[in-house]
Design a protein around this ligand. Sequence first.
Ligand code: F6P
Length: 498
Amino acid sequence: MAWSKQRLEETIKERLGGSKLLIVANREPYIHVYEGNEIRCMRPASGLTTALDPVMRACGGTWIAHGSGNADRAVVDEFDRVGVPDERAEYTLRRVWLTKGEEQGYYYGFSNEALWPLCHVVYKRPQFDSEDWLQYRRVNRKFADAVLEEVGEGPAVVFVQDYHFALLPRMLKEARPDIVIAQFWHIPWPNREVFRVCPWQDEILDGMLGNDLLAFHIQYHCNNYLDTIDRTLEAKVDMEHFAVTRGGHTTMVRPFPISIDPEAVASCLPSNLEEVERRLRKTWGIKNERILVGVDRVDYTKGIPERFAAVDRLLTNHPEWKAKICFVQIGAPSRTHIPSYRQLNDDLRAQVEEINWRHGQNSWRPIIFLNEHHNSQQIHAVNRIATVGVVSSLHDGMNLVAKEFVAARTDRQGVLVLSRFTGAARELLDAILINPYAIDDFAEGLHLALSMPPEEQELRMSRMQQQIADNNVYRWAGMLLSEASKLIHVQQSVGELA
Ligand code: F6P
């Protein structure tokens, strides 16, 4: 039987019994912002929130996150809680407030200038700053206090998200050995040679071993993690059962490739698609050119300069595509408080300007760079009308935008050009796989995609759609939380003995 929202809801109810379900993630799924005197509710550009919001809507529970919107405080109750997505309140969002100093050190600093480049291995040197590290530790403690408050006295399963909270699992386990703690690491885990440069590696690894279950997207990242532990900490690493025992506590390490809800994507498509397409083409000044699309946060891991360089090379090596194609890049600005991210936005604008000047003819421009936030309806519509979807990350845990492109193709047309360095490349085998560093090959991949006959497009797209339908986000959450829930009774008896 296929996994659906309803099946997940039933499974979780049955498996969790009386235990509460709590998610901890830095990013909140709904952000409240002022627009003049009005308050608007926004969705962030984040694969994590896209994947987990439908799960919480199915299961209920509490999502604990940093309240980052300027109107967030205005809508919460006295316990800093608000029901989301709207007045129907399918689950509770508990907001944690951070000072500017905490946000700077924990989020921009240690999470995104140290751990992010360290785990992605994209030749961006991680910055290790001891003040950032202190803030990271302090904010993990702050979240631990909020989680313990929300857990109360009873049994609970706490599902921690990502690299912002490497220390949190240990803090929770020390306070409450009886609760089940699982963590999903949404980004890659590097090999041990790369990780060992981190000055606080012992504390980070030990913090993560507070988990009962630690999950990555793919087996390769699990192996890297186990290998890192083996070389760094005093712990028993069991390579046969993929488990680590330290101080009498065992952490299981497992792969769970994350996914999306493809039906939700399809149902988001406008019914008046032709009219929407006409409007978009008019706004962008695109006539009959075929559209290639990229959708990303502007991040140096996403391979956006390489993508533009490949379009440039395509037009040089295959001038027959001139005035016949247009690359539309939706690039939501992200983490712009960090200088390298700010710089990247500027560099991309300059690169587009240069390529458009060199190849442009009359009103035709080869690349349109939309350097602003777009909502999911707009993104799915562009994915649906494009001929080619391009995902060229230099290294990525999964890259859900690849799955979203496939899910939007209700016409079973379109070709996905996908970096072989993404988790998605292990599942979407009918994409044209490229190495984003090899610009000539990348350009040939684009040429192949643009030249693919409709019958082959349909065959490949159908197979990828089936893959995503069989392995949707409800299955991901169902399998992961079922694995975690097997430990409820074990942890309760440990708690009684403690
Ligand atoms: O998947 C990695 C991730 O950092 C998520 O944790 C996050 O939600 C997403 O990318 C977007 O980044 P940010 O929350 O820093 O804007």
